[in-house]
Write a protein that binds this ligand. Structure first.
Ligand code: BGC
Length: 762
C-alpha cells in the first residue's frame, strides 16, 4: 500500500468505506425482509435487469397485507403524519405535493426507512402545463394539430418531472356535448375521432411512445366513463347512456389512450345508468380490464369511494370500499381504503385476489417508469427546469394555432401594425390570472402576457394604445362604460375582450346560461354604437351564444384561455403575423335551449326543414350559431377533385384524395376534414361523422392533393348486438374545411365484417 500515491489512497479509502456500509445495509435489509437475495441488488425486485413481471411477483410475495393496502392508498398533501405513513409503507401515492424538497423528504422516508423501500408515486393535475401554461384543452383541440399538442404535453412533462412529479391526472378524454358543463373546457370537445387523436397525442407527449424509464410523467385518462354525459350539464349528475352509445361515443377516446400506453385511468364521479362509475364492474372489470385489456391501474376520483354512500349503493364506508375494490378501483384517492380494507380481507368479505391484482398493477407502473432506480427529483433540474424560453415558444405556437376566426367581414383583420390608435377594452383585456384558465397548476400570473401587453408589443411604437376595462366580467355596474366609450371614440379600431372568468369554467362550474355574463353584452353594444370598427376577442371555457355579436360585429376571434403567451398569440393573429387556422372542436348553439346540439346527430324520421311536423324548433332555427369544424382564415380555400378508390388488396379500405387550393393572396393553413355517412345500415347512423383530418400549409395560389386512408375501423360502428362491425352498402365520403361546407362522392362498401377494437395510430 505504501507504494500508492496519496491521491489513490484518498480515492480508495472512501470507496472501501462505502463498500462496508453497503454490505452492512444489504445484510440488514436481508434481516428486515427475509428470503434469498441477489448478490448485487439484494432482492429480485431490486434488480432492474430482470423482467418487470418477475420483480412485481417477487415484491408482492414479500409484502404483508397492510403493506399491500398501503400501495392502494393515495393521500393529499399537507398531512401531519405524511412522513410516518411513508416510513410505515402505508402510502402508494401522494397528490398535490409540489415542493421538490418535500417530495425528496417523503421519498427518503419511503425508500430508505420503510421495510421494503417501495417508492411513492407523486401525482398532480398537470392539465395544460406545469409552470409554462398552455391553452386549455378545448383550445388545444381547436388547433386540430396533434403534433403541437404532443409537444406541449412533453414540455409539461419535462417541467413537472424536474420537480419530482411523475404522474399527471390528464388527459381528460370525456366527450362533452353540453356546454353548460364547466368541464367541457378540460377536454377535446364533442367529437370521438378528434377526441381519440388528442388522447393519443397527450398520452404520447407525457409518456413518450412507450411507458418506460424514459417516461417523465405517467398519464391518467379520465373520467371513466361518460362523465361528460351528466344530465342537464350539471356537474356530478347522473348519466343515462345506452350501451351502444357508450361503446360508440364515450369509450373510444379511453381506448385510444389505453392503446397509446396510458399507465392509469381515473374512474368518474357520476352514476352511469344507475351504477356509480366507482363501483361499476361492467365498465372497469369487464370492458377496461377484460375486453381491452388494460394493464395499468385505476385510481378513483377525489373521495369518490365515500360518495358511494351518497349515491345510495353503499350503506357505510366499509361497504363502499368493498364495492369499489370488487369493481376494480385499484387506488383510492383520499378515501377510506385505509380504514376498512384490512378488516374486510381478514373477515373474508373481500377475497385477496382483487387486492393482489390492484397491487400488482400499481407496482408494475412504478417499476416500468424506473421509480425504484430513480426515486428522487434531479436537483439540477429542480433548479433550472422551469419556464425556459423554448417552452414559452411552444406555448405561443400552440396558443396561436388554437385561435379560431369566427367572423371577418370586409377583411377588417388583420390590422395594420402602423394603425394610428387602438382602444383595448373589456374586463379580460388585461387580466393575467384569467389567461391561465382552469387548472393552472403551478402557473403564476406574473409571467403571463395579456392581450393589452401583447398588442402594445406588436403594434408599432407610434401606435397609440388606449385601455379601459369597461365593466367586470360578472358585475352589473355600468359605471365604467363612459370611459370605455371615450377610448373607443378616440381610436381607429376597438379590440374588446369579453367572456368568462377562468374560475367560471372547469369542475363544479356548470352554468344554465350560455350568454356573456354580467353587462358585457351591453358594453359591446355601447362600443359598437360609437360607429368604430370593433373586433371581439372571446375568452371563455365553453361555447357561448353570442348571437348579437355574431350579427353586428365585423370580426370575432375565439381565443378560449390561451395560457402564458395568450396576449402575444392573439396579437400575432390580430396583426397578421400568423394567419389563423383554428377550427371549432365543439358546436356553438344559438340558445341554451338547443342543447345538446352536435354535428353528428341522427337524421331522424323527419329530418329538420322549414316544414311543420319535422324535427325543428318553432322559435329559432334548429341549426347552430357556429358549427363543429368551422374556422376562417385570412385567405380562402377551395376543394375539388375528391376521389375515393377502393383498396384492391384489402376489403373495406379506401384511398381518398382531394385537392385543396389556396385561392387567396396570403399563405395560410387549412385543416382538411374528411367525413363519412352511411345512410342505410342495421342501426341509424349519424348524418356525418369525422373520419380523418389533416392540416395543410398552402402558399397563396398553391394547390395540394391531400390523401387519407379510410380503414375498416374508420367505417365501423357498434351494431345492435354490441359488436363493432362494418356493414356493406352505399357510403358517402365528404371533404372540406368545416362540417357544413363539404364536397362529396359516393362509393360502396362491399363486405360486412367484424372489426377489432384497436384504435388506429394517429
Ligand atoms: C377532479 C379530478 C382531479 C382530482 C384531483 C377531482 O375533483 O374531478 O379531475 O384529477 O380532483 O385533483
Amino acid at each position: 500500500m505504501s507504494s500508492l500515491s496519496e491521491g489513490m489512497k484518498r480515492l480508495i479509502e472512501p470507496l472501501s468505506f462505502i463498500i462496508i456500509v453497503l454490505s452492512i445495509s444489504i445484510a440488514f435489509a436481508g434481516e428486515k425482509i427475509g428470503g434469498s437475495q441477489d448478490k448485487k441488488f439484494g432482492y429480485d425486485y431490486l434488480n432492474p435487469n430482470i423482467p418487470v413481471d418477475k420483480r412485481v411477483e417477487d415484491l408482492l410475495s414479500r409484502m404483508s397485507l397492510a403493506e399491500k393496502i398501503g400501495q392502494m392508498c393515495q393521500y393529499n398533501a399537507g398531512m401531519k403524519n405524511a412522513g410516518q405513513l411513508a416510513r410505515d409503507g402505508s402510502v402508494g401515492s401522494f397528490l398535490n405535493v409540489t415542493d421538490p424538497g418535500e417530495i425528496e423528504r417523503l421519498q427518503h422516508a419511503a425508500v430508505r426507512d420503510s421495510r421494503l423501500g417501495i417508492p411513492i408515486l407523486f401525482g398532480l393535475d398537470v392539465i395544460h402545463g406545469y409552470s409554462t401554461i398552455f391553452p386549455i384543452p378545448i383550445a388545444w383541440a381547436s388547433t386540430w394539430n396533434p403534433e403541437i399538442v404532443r409537444e406541449s404535453a412533453e414540455v409539461s412533462a419535462k417541467e413537472a418531472c424536474s420537480q419530482g412529479v411523475r404522474w399527471t391526472f390528464s388527459p381528460m378524454v370525456d366527450i362533452a356535448r353540453d356546454p353548460r358543463w364547466g368541464r367541457i373546457a378540460e377536454g377535446a370537445g364533442e367529437d370521438v375521432y378528434l377526441g381519440m387523436a388528442m388522447a393519443n397525442a397527450l398520452v404520447e407527449g407525457y409518456q413518450g411512445r412507450k411507458l418506460g424509464p424514459e417516461s417523465r410523467l405517467v398519464a391518467c385518462a379520465k373520467h371513466y366513463v361518460a362523465y361528460g354525459a351528466a344530465a342537464g350539464g350539471r356537474d356530478y349528475n347522473s348519466a343515462e347512456v345506452s350501451e351502444r352509445t357508450l361503446r360508440e361515443v364515450y369509450l373510444p377516446p379511453f381506448k385510444a389512450a389505453v392503446d397509446a400506453g396510458a399507465g392509469t385511468i381515473m374512474s368518474a364521479f357520476e352514476d352511469l345508468n344507475g351504477v356509480p362509475a366507482t363501483a361499476n364492474s361492467f365498465t372497469i372489470r369487464d370492458i377496461l380490464k377484460g375486453e381491452w385489456p388494460f394493464k395499468g391501474f385505476v385510481v378513483s376520483d377525489w373521495d369518490a369511494v365515500t360518495e358511494l354512500i351518497n349515491h345510495g349503493v353503499a350503506c357505510d364506508s366499509a361497504e363502499a370500499v368493498m364495492k369499489a375494490v370488487i369493481a376494480g378501483v385499484d387506488m383510492d384517492m383520499v378515501g377510506p381504503y385505509h380504514d376498512h380494507l384490512e378488516v374486510l380481507v381478514r373477515e373474508g368479505k373481500i377475497p385477496i385476489e382483487p387486492v393482489n391484482d390492484a397491487v400488482r398493477r400499481i407496482l408494475r407502473i412504478k417499476f416500468e417508469i424506473g421509480l425504484f432506480e430513480h426515486p428522487y427529483p434531479d436537483p439540477a433540474m429542480a433548479k433550472s427546469g422551469l419556464m425556459l424560453p423554448e417552452y414559452r415558444k411552444v406555448s405561443r405556437e400552440a396558443a396561436r394555432e388554437a385561435i379560431v376566426l369566427l367572423k371577418n367581414d370586409r377583411n377588417i383583420l388583420p390590422l395594420s401594425r402602423n394603425i394610428e390608435s387602438i382602444a383595448v377594452i373589456g374586463p379580460l383585456a388585461d387580466s393575467k390570472p384569467d389567461m391561465l384558465g382552469c387548472w393552472p397548476c403551478q402557473g403564476k400570473p406574473a409571467p403571463v402576457v395579456t392581450l393589452l401587453a401583447g398588442i402594445k408589443s406588436a403594434a408599432s411604437p407610434q401606435t397609440k394604445v388606449m385601455y379601459a376595462e369597461g365593466c367586470g366580467v360578472r358585475d352589473t355596474s355600468r359605471s365604467g362604460f363612459a370611459e370605455a366609450i371615450v377610448a373607443a371614440k378616440e381610436s381607429d379600431v376597438v379590440v374588446i375582450a369579453v367572456g368568462e372568468r377562468a374560475e367560471m369554467t372547469g369542475e363544479a362550474e356548470s352554468r344554465s346560461s350560455l350568454d356573456l355574463p354580467g353587462v358585457q353584452e351591453d358594453l359591446v353594444k355601447a362600443i359598437v354604437a360609437t360607429g368604430k370598427p370593433v373586433v371581439e376577442i372571446l375568452m371563455n371555457g365553453r361555447p357561448l351564444s353570442i348571437n348579437w355579436s355574431a350579427e353586428h360585429l365585423p370580426a370575432i376571434l375565439e381565443t378560449w384561455f390561451l395560457g402564458t403567451e395568450a396576449g402575444n398569440a392573439i396579437a400575432d393573429v390580430l396583426f397578421g403575423n400568423y394567419n389563423p387556422s383554428g377550427k371549432l372542436p365543439v358546436t356553438f348553439p344559438r340558445s341554451v335551449g338547443q342543447v345538446p346540439i352536435f354535428y353528428n346527430h341522427m337524421n331522424t324520421g323527419r329530418p329538420p326543414s322549414a316544414e311543420r311536423f319535422t324535427s325543428r324548433y318553432t322559435d329559432i332555427p334548429w341549426t347552430p350559431l357556429f358549427s363543429f369544424g368551422y374556422g376562417l382564415s385570412y385567405t380562402k380555400f377551395g376543394f375539388s377533385e375528391l376521389n375515393v378508390i377502393p383498396d384492391p388488396g384489402v376489403k373495406d379500405r379506401f384511398l381518398v384524395t382531394v385537392d385543396v387550393t389556396n385561392e387567396g393572396k396570403r399563405d395560410g393553413i387549412e385543416t382538411v376534414q374528411l367525413y363519412i355517412r352511411q345512410d342505410c345500415a342495421s342501426v341509424a347512423r349519424p348524418v356525418k361523422q369525422l373520419a380523418g383530418f389533416r392540416r395543410v400549409e398552402l402558399a397563396a395560389g398553391e394547390t395540394k392533393t391531400v390523401s387519407f386512408i379510410l380503414t375498416p375501423y374508420d367505417l365501423s360502428f357498434i351494431n345492435a348486438g354490441m359488436e363493432r362491425v362494418v356493414e356493406s352498402g352505399p357510403l358517402e365520403v365528404m371533404a372540406g374545411g368545416s362540417s357544413v361546407d363539404l364536397i362529396s362522392k359516393s362509393t360502396v362498401i362491399e363486405k360486412s365484417m367484424p372489426v377489432a377494437e384497436k384504435v388506429p395510430i394517429y
